[in-house]
Design a protein. Sequence first.
Lengths: 180, 191
Amino acid sequence: MDHEERGEVELTSAERDVLWAWAQHEIPSDFAQRMAQLAVSPSRARPRWRTAGWTTGALAAAAAIVVTVWLARESSPRAREPVVAAVTDAPPDLARLREDVRMLLAEHCVPCHDGDSGGAETAALAVFEVTDVAWAGRLSDARLETTRERLLGMGLDESDEVRVERFMTRELTWRTGGAG
Amino acid sequence: MQADDRLLARAKAGDASACRALVQRHQKRVFAQLRGLLRPSGREAWVEDLAQETFLRAFRGLHRFEGDVDRALGAWLVTIATRVGLNELRRKAPRLQALDTIEETLSTGRADPSMHGRLIGRGIDEAVRELPPAYRAAFLLRELHGFEYAEIARVLEIDLGTVKSRLSRARSRLREALARTRTTMEDYHGP
């Protein structure tokens, strides 16, 4: 029996054990704890291997964002509206809806709106960034509406579409002073 | 609702302790998949960072996950880890780690107790390194995590027949490596 023929046979459990042992990696004892913290506040996630270039990158990105926003304000009669609300000001149910939609954005709007990815676009980041928990408060009503339309055009599940609509209704109601 | 379902629901709601429990339950297989993919290319140092990226991606999409906390969630996480690992392998040119000192050890006769394990590891490295990244991933999905062939073909978007032939070759290489290790150890210690 040649090697190729023998290769047709599945690995034995002993061979799999050897392979499994080979693949074992030392896992830091605090890994799960760190991941759990990042899971509940994902904007804190910064892979170590990117950290070295992050300071320079962040400064450059911040400068680019400032310039882009300034240019947009100067050139457009529909200048970007001021921040309407800090995330901490939102009532708990709205904060939850904002976070739900941010997760959808994180899923569908990367890499353009993800400052952590190499594919982010400066102009897109100037509108919102998926790692920013206060993202909604930085968008004008018009921008929110655009975001809604684009999300709904991405073929979301029905339940996610409902989430988006609930968020929009609640957000706009709250902005106009309604309790919701 | 079963305990596992409650755990998943709590994690979806952003409960940190539930998230921690899910990570603890699945971290070994995520690390193993990433290590298996990266080590033969000399990128073992990236394993932890990419494991972090895997779990972060998973938590971002967890609200959409439906399935059991063990088999389905484990398979989902391993799938994400595979894609993260393959992205990493595509992104940068391979940088092989320095070779270890097994030959030197053999030539000087100072064999340490872990030499057998190191020899096996070296042999598997060589067997797996020969595989292009996608087939390396297929091999690991099959042999480490028990994925079905069709599932592998779907996850990696490669042809089912090609998956089988590549896995066949990888198994042969692995067996050759194990046989060589046995021969080397017998030469050294006697049969």
